[in-house]
Design a protein around this ligand. Structure first.
Ligand SMILES: [Cu+2]
Length: 72
């Protein structure tokens, strides 16, 4: 599965790392990559992730969760 999470408020690489680490800590992911220029975080997983929990985890970081779409 590939999830594209739209997140606003990332200003630098530390912001990206903050989000990457929070997602790694809370979910079993193969790959996670936040991109502040695109306001996006792409997450690759083998299994479905709980989208409500994902939203809560992003909100907990202090950045603005705008939505998530699943690619496949
Ligand atoms: Cu920052």
């Amino acid at each position: 599965m590939v999830y594209n999470i739209e997140i606003e408020g990332m200003m630098c690489g530390m912001c990206e790392n903050h989000i990457n680490e929070s997602i790694r800590k809370n979910f079993d992911v193969k790959k996670v990559k936040a991109n502040r220029r695109k306001n996006l975080c792409t997450v690759k997983t083998d299994t479905e992730i709980d989208l409500e929990k994902l939203e809560a985890v992003i909100k907990e970081t202090g950045y603005t969760f705008k939505g998530v779409t699943k690619e496949k």
